[in-house]
Design a protein. Structure first.
Lengths: 222, 76
């Protein structure tokens, strides 16, 4: 698997994501936001967490309009894989690659702690390493993670089995406890929790590692 | 020329910040505040000849997220 991780001014989980992908066996290239194309042969693009452009205007709004995002969109439209974590999820919704939007947490507080997640589907490269219904522990760290979409969109996400993860105990007010969603072709995943921060024993847990391992397994054979 | 863009959360979208302001007003003794909605105002200093359509395009592309926000444009 060859992965590219996009770096914006204000990204702060880019290297964590790169390390998690490398540990799963990927070759990783870092790509700057002003670049206009991806390295040749990239299977997966990672859009990392952080505070791109200081969260100015709206979280992810300015990053979503940066030059590299055209290449990210083109990659997804050509059937490529894109993983957006935390601010990366916000950026993917701002580009329109995933439906809905992440609002300010219902409790107004920045929430930074490990939470229980339920694996809502095993039908994706990202979740193939988990059993459907499994409960895993992964940290969250966000102020704007309250997933919102209209009822028709939420119904469609559930009917199409596109909810990847739900919160066991909703920390931010997200509609239908949604923590992560998949695109229509199941190759774009956006999620607020940070699996890359729970992927080796020194992190205090390894529940996130299966996401990267599952991805590597599927993209090697592809 | 100048344009002023008002951006508000659409009706039905929860505004936790507005709710917090409402509670704060109540605890200060201001009674009868049934609701608070918080938005933003963006002022643009534009080249001569810019049109309302130009500003609308800016709103659609960047200034507002029309999934949750509505906007109005005022040219002056």
């Amino acid at each position: 698997m060859h992965a590219a991780v996009v770096v914006f001014p204000g990204s702060n989980c880019d290297r964590d994501m790169a390390v998690a992908l490398e540990r799963a066996g990927a070759k990783v290239s870092m790509v700057w936001h002003k670049d206009t194309s991806m390295p040749a042969g990239v299977d997966l693009i990672g859009v990392p967490g952080g505070f791109s452009f200081g969260d100015y205007l709206r979280c992810g709004a300015i990053a979503a309009n940066s030059p590299i995002c055209q290449a990210v969109k083109a990659h997804a439209e050509a059937g490529g894989y894109v993983l957006g974590i935390c601010n990366g999820f916000q950026i993917l919704t701002e580009t329109g690659m995933l439906p809905g939007v992440l609002l300010r947490n219902a409790g107004l507080k920045y929430v930074c702690r490990a939470v229980g997640l339920r694996v809502a589907t095993d039908q994706s490269a990202y979740t193939s390493g988990y059993a459907k219904g499994a409960e895993i522990t992964v940290p969250i760290a966000h102020h704007d993670g309250n997933y919102h979409a209209d009822t028709a969109t939420l119904d469609r996400l559930e009917a199409e089995d596109r909810v990847a993860f739900t919160y066991a105990d909703n920390p931010n007010g997200s509609a239908r406890d949604i923590a992560g969603i998949l695109s229509e072709n199941r190759r774009v995943l956006g999620m607020m929790p940070h699996p890359e921060r729970m992927s080796e024993a020194a992190h205090g847990g390894t529940d996130g590692a299966a996401l990267f391992a599952g991805l590597a397994a599927q993209l090697v054979s592809a | 020329m100048k344009a002023r863009v008002h951006i508000m959360l659409k009706n039905g979208v929860l505004d936790p910040q507005g709710e917090a302001v409402r509670h704060a007003l109540g605890s200060l003794g201001f009674e009868g505040v049934h609701g608070v909605r918080q938005g933003k105002v963006i002022e643009l200093d534009l080249a001569e000849g810019a049109t309302e359509a130009d500003v609308t395009a800016m709103c659609e592309k960047l200034l507002a997220n029309t999934v949750i926000e509505s906007y109005t444009v005022e040219m002056s």
